[in-house]
Design a protein around this ligand. Structure first.
Ligand code: SF4
Ligand code: FES
Length: 383
């Protein structure tokens, strides 16, 4: 059933389709492009099992269809099976976004019995030494391959996900082959997005123009070759694009995130926009937050848009791009996304590309772990 759109003052707001539940920020890995915020929520701040289930209930009543169980590492939550069962019983399509570390064969079987619909398993590359180096987890890559086998045996549909950056852009063909070998139905090759930890490590991660061009050509060739065998989703490099992407399908239009401590965000990086105040599910019903929350209404419609967005023919396609990128690069969340060729800030993006990629191969190899900032989890995963 599709719920009707509601008038929220400026525009008719449709109900949300998807909710991303960041169950925890705890994670046994320490990837330098982690999407967690720089300030991690502690375990004692996390929503309890019953608070998460109540949030799922409100989300389902609001019209949410897809629930992404994410983190940090969601398997770090001991109640993951109970949360999955509850979400399934509410009629939500459940997708577990995991590194695989923390899953055992027995746990995978229990997730399958709970009715989990889909798993998105991340890898850091195809070669164990470099993948383990990126994740900071010895033996992590081998473990992920085992997890993929257990998922296949349990019959849970699998998407393999790889964040690509300057260190592993040359492995795209191998990543696609690995996805087929592991029985995945879909592979997501996402070029690193520069927010949070990735922005701190931009110099080490920024792909070169040559890498981006090769990656695009490989993806096009492989898509044609593997039609009907494997779906290849490709998130191209933002900074090299002509126009920005419609981040989150538009601010407050399709979905939202709930942080481990219950704050409801229009996107995972929204807290970098410091003048916005975010409601918490502990204090306000989800429906009110979605339709009437100040943060959600801040960038709905086109009333907030400056020129050139306001009179641009693409404003209903990309909605002016990414608000967090505008904040990070232009210092103004309501600016035109600086990636856009029409943005007055575009030159700053080009400058960054040049500054970050003016290195030769020797320098790339020589960057040490100590030069990279990683999210240091305040709590290690146990058992
Ligand atoms: Fe999109 Fe604004 Fe650029 Fe037009 S000017 S393409 S709406 S970001
Ligand atoms: Fe926040 Fe794009 S990441 S709007």
């Amino acid at each position: 059933m599709t719920l009707p759109a509601k008038e929220t003052g400026q525009v008719a707001t449709p109900p949300p389709i998807a909710m991303l539940a960041e169950l925890t920020h705890r994670c046994p890995l320490a990837c330098p492009y982690c999407s967690n915020p720089l300030e991690l929520a502690r375990a004692n701040e996390e929503l309890s099992t019953s608070e998460w289930i109540e949030t799922f209930r409100q989300a389902a009543a609001l019209g949410v269809l897809h629930l992404h169980l994410s983190g940090g590492e969601p398997a770090s939550r001991r109640d993951l099976i109970d949360l999955t069962k509850a979400a399934v019983s509410l009629g939500l399509y459940t997708n577990l976004i995991t590194s695989g570390i923390g899953l055992t064969e027995a746990r995978v079987d229990k997730l399958s019995a709970a009715g989990l619909d889909h798993v998105q398993l991340s890898i850091q590359g195809t070669r164990a030494p470099s993948a383990d180096h990126v994740s900071g987890c010895d033996g992590g890559h081998a473990r992920k391959l085992s997890v993929a086998g257990w998922l296949r045996d349990a019959g849970i549909p699998l998407t393999l996900n790889a964040v690509c950056h300057r260190r592993n852009m040359g492995e795209i063909e191998d990543i696609i082959s690995l996805a087929i070998e592991l029985g995945a139905r879909r592979v997501e090759i996402a070029t690193v997005q520069f927010h949070g930890w990735a922005m701190l490590n931009q110099k080490a991660l920024m792909p070169t123009m040559d890498q981006v061009a090769k990656a695009t050509s490989i993806v096009e060739t492989m898509r044609a070759r593997l039609e009907g065998v494997l779906v290849i989703d490709y998130v191209p490099a933002d900074y090299y694009a002509t126009y920005p992407k419609a981040c989150m399908g538009g601010w407050g239009r399709a979905g939202f995130n709930v942080t481990p401590s219950g704050r409801v965000l229009p996107c995972h990086a929204a807290e970098t926009i410091k003048h916005l105040a975010f409601d918490n599910v502990r204090a306000r019903p989800l429906g009110e937050i979605w339709y009437n929350g100040g943060a959600f209404n801040a960038f709905r419609g086109d009333g907030w848009m400056p020129e050139p967005c306001r009179s641009c023919e693409r404003k209903d396609i990309d909605f002016g791009g990414c608000r967090c990128q505008a904040m990070a690069l232009a210092g103004d969340a309501s600016a035109t996304d600086p990636v856009c060729r029409k943005s007055p800030h575009r030159k700053a993006v080009d400058r960054r590309i040049i500054d970050d990629t003016e290195v030769n191969d020797t320098e790339v190899r020589d960057i040490e772990v100590s030069d990279i900032e990683t999210p240091r989890p305040p709590f290690r995963y146990r058992g």
